[in-house]
Design a protein. Structure first.
Length: 110
C-alpha cells in the first residue's frame, strides 16, 4: 500500500510540472495513471470506473475520480471546448450529472 502512495505522490508532482509547462497530453496520461492507482487502493468503484471510461471514450485526454472516492465525482481533461462538450453530452446521455469549466491560461484567458 505504501508504494502506491509514493507512486501517487510522484504522479502529483509530475502532473504539476506538466500543468506548469502546458503539456496537457502528458497531464492527461498522468491523470489516467493516478486513476489506476486509486482503483488499486480501493477508493474507486463501478460508478466512478464507468464515468472515467465514458469520458475517455468521448475523447478526454485524462480522467479520474476526485474527492475521497465512492461519491461518484470525477474530473476529465479535454483538449478544447468542443471535446469538453462531447464529454458532457456523453455523460448526460448516460444519466450522469455534469458541468464544464475552463482553466484560464497564464494571461488570464481561456
Amino acid at each position: 500500500f505504501q508504494n502506491l502512495l509514493v507512486e501517487a505522490t510522484e504522479i502529483t508532482y509530475k502532473g504539476l510540472a506538466a500543468l506548469e509547462k502546458g503539456k496537457i497530453e502528458e497531464l492527461g496520461k498522468l491523470m489516467n495513471e493516478n486513476q489506476k492507482l486509486l482503483s488499486q487502493i480501493g477508493v474507486s468503484d463501478e460508478k466512478n470506473d464507468l464515468m472515467v471510461s465514458l469520458m475517455l471514450q468521448a475523447g478526454a485526454l485524462g480522467a479520474k475520480l476526485t474527492g475521497g472516492g465512492g461519491g461518484g465525482c470525477c474530473i476529465a481533461l479535454a483538449r478544447d471546448k468542443v471535446a469538453a462538450m462531447e464529454i458532457e453530452r456523453t455523460l448526460k446521455k448516460n444519466n450522469f450529472a455534469c458541468f464544464t469549466t475552463t482553466v484560464p491560461n497564464k494571461k488570464g484567458r481561456d
